[in-house]
Design a protein around this ligand. Structure first.
Ligand SMILES: [Zn+2]
Ligand SMILES: [Zn+2]
Length: 243
């Protein structure tokens, strides 16, 4: 099966290779240069043009913690999420991506005496960021209710990166991307907030509360900061908004 096609594509590859050779040695270098088209404006390090927003943000936070991510990568301004979502909210998902939130496991790794490193929501698994935001049954229920409500395109998420990328990669207008991306970030923030309240004994875990808080906070920020002040709460609740 496919033997003929494989043969054909092999021939095509060889042909292209010959063409490239004929075009001179510089061509491959040129092609490489073109592929490395994203550059950090602070340290001038170059990245391959398919580098995701997540990777850029990781670079900016790791290498230039005092600089704004948009100072390093102005192209990310397309998403304009910082204007929508307050910085204190946006920072949580990006820290979580590289396990830099003070989860019980992270604290234990730092040598802090934690008697129990299990997740406060399910009590079954170690509390890492990946568990807390992706695989915990508590959070999975939150995600499923949120995606049903927002009619998000179905995605299979194995990691937090998959979840964050899904908001950015959704098909449609820039506004639609922004809305989904913002909702995702707000949900992560609300999960983390509830987790902290549970740690300090202020509340017991509630899926409904995380969902309702996520909806109302996302509404508040998106409505006020994205020029969508005409969206009514009822339209938002039924997600019958036009994006
Ligand atoms: Zn840099
Ligand atoms: Zn759990």
């Amino acid at each position: 099966m496919g033997g003929g096609n494989a043969q054909k594509s092999k021939m095509a590859r060889e042909k292209n290779l010959e063409k490239a050779k004929a075009a001179g040695k510089g061509s491959q270098l040129e092609a490489n240069k073109k592929a490395m088209s994203i550059q950090c404006k602070v340290c001038m390090q170059t990245f391959i043009c398919t580098t995701s927003e997540v990777k850029c943000r990781e670079h900016a936070e790791a290498k230039h913690p005092k600089a704004d991510v948009y100072a390093c990568f102005p192209h990310l301004k397309n998403y304009k999420t910082t204007f929508i979502i307050p910085k204190k909210v946006g920072i949580v998902p990006w820290r979580a991506l590289s396990e830099r939130l003070p989860t019980r496991v992270a604290l234990a790794v730092r040598g802090i005496d934690i008697t129990d490193t299990r997740c406060l929501f399910c009590g079954d698994y170690e509390e890492t960021c990946d568990h807390l935001f992706v695989s915990c049954q508590f959070t999975q229920l939150v995600w499923s209710i949120i995606s049903q409500w927002s009619r998000a395109p179905p995605t299979i998420a194995f990691s937090l990166k998959d979840i964050l990328d899904a908001g950015i990669l959704v098909n449609g207008s820039k506004k639609k991307k922004m809305v989904y991306n913002s909702i995702t970030q707000v949900v992560i923030w609300c999960v983390w907030r509830m987790r902290n309240e549970v740690v300090f004994g202020q509340t017991t875990p509630s899926i409904t509360r995380v969902v309702e808080e996520s909806k109302s906070m996302a509404y508040h920020w998106i409505k006020n900061r994205s020029g969508s002040s005409h969206w009514s709460w009822n339209e938002w609740r039924s997600f019958s908004i036009i994006m």
